[in-house]
Design a protein around this ligand. Sequence first.
Ligand SMILES: NC(=O)C1=CN([C@@H]2O[C@H](COP(=O)(O)OP(=O)(O)OC[C@H]3O[C@@H](n4cnc5c(N)ncnc54)[C@H](OP(=O)(O)O)[C@@H]3O)[C@@H](O)[C@H]2O)C=CC1
Ligand SMILES: O=C1OC[C@@H](O)[C@H](O)[C@H]1O
Length: 396
Amino acid sequence: MASLVQRLYRVFVPPHQPPKVTNQPIKFGILGAANIAPAALIIPAKSHAEVIVYAVAARDQVKAEKFAKQHGIGKVYGGSNGYQQLLDDPEVDAIYNPLPNGLHFEWTMKALLAGKHVLCEKPMADTAEEVKQMFDLAEKKGLVLLEAFHYRFHPSIQRAKAILDSGELGKIKSIDLKFALAAGFMKDSDIRFNFALGGGAMMDLGCYSLNCIRYLSSSDPVSVVSATPLSLKSANITETKIDRGMSATLALPNDVLASMDVDLAMPWEFFPPKLYKMWVEVKCEGGNVGVQNFVLPTFWHSIQVSNKASGGTTTQRVEKVYKFADDQSKVLDLGEDWWLTYRYQLEAFVDKLKGRTPQTWVTREDSIANMQWIENIYEKAGIGSRPRSSYVLPAE
Ligand SMILES: NC(=O)C1=CN([C@@H]2O[C@H](COP(=O)(O)OP(=O)(O)OC[C@H]3O[C@@H](n4cnc5c(N)ncnc54)[C@H](OP(=O)(O)O)[C@@H]3O)[C@@H](O)[C@H]2O)C=CC1
Ligand SMILES: O=C1OC[C@@H](O)[C@H](O)[C@H]1O
């Protein structure tokens, strides 16, 4: 309990590591005064000695200034041209793009055209074709582009995968994943319920779920067996192509079946009270691995392993891995138990920019495939992909 409290305190009040000029710090600009920006970049940056959150842009000048003041950001761009002004600032090295999904393509492309590296929120765009174009441009410009699947950088999910890969439990037979938030977390006006902005539960919670299934199984699906959207039942939302939730079954290679259930407005459960569900379980020939809280492991998580040992006995164990020194490999000493997934992600992003080898990475192929299977699931569900961006690259 004491370590939990200590960890939580450190998450929000990390020891400050002011960057020195000799570090040649990476100066970040944030597109939009987004809700997720403090957790995903501003707090993690405080403990990274090579990162400065230098500027923020918001469509509204007053909002931009308020956000900058609240988070100690020195440079502010506001108004209708604020995003572009931020991209044109020669001091900015890297852009964090936490805009609504439907704007990721346009503003990431513009950032790359302006010569900036980009950390782009998930899901990276509305279509796989867009994601491909984003990586093509990044490669052409020699810039770093990363889809912010932050949970992949944390040692806990990597440990779960290492157990599966070790062969301890034999071949994977099935995967079941649930990711849901109780009704009321999201307002009707939330970007997640807006089709034009790339909304939908499959885009939001589903992109992680699919990514996690693909990651743990080290495979892409062979087909979407079924996909059933949960419709919105709100008098205030008229979007017919927005899935409040999605239940999908995927066929993976070697007759493995994976099921995923996501819901942005899960009906309340009181006994015991549940505000959210975030559970993935992999059943293997010789046992199971389940990971509780796989997207937010820093706060709390458990890796539950049950091993059907020979002789009919089953052994159970629980592992918790908050930093790499705690994992079974003992090879790497990286992180602190209070590092958020986003802090691990920032470490990797900066390493990549600086020409060092990041501990792990989410590749171009991975991001394109993830987006393609999101589209395939929407197709099977009968509601189709989110609209392609209307942004057209200026002629060279
Ligand atoms: N990695 C993670 O754990 C998480 C990732 N996300 C991802 O981050 C992104 C942003 O999510 P979140 O922070 O919740 O979003 P917000 O609702 O805070 O919106 C983000 C920003 O979008 C800007 N924006 C630009 N155009 C529009 C528009 N037409 N309508 C509404 N907003 C607009 C706003 O910028 P301005 O300030 O200029 O008005 C706003 O600040 C999404 O892609 C989401 O999937 C979200 C939560 C967690
Ligand atoms: O981590 C997350 O949890 C809540 C979601 O709605 C959000 O977009 C996602 O990134």
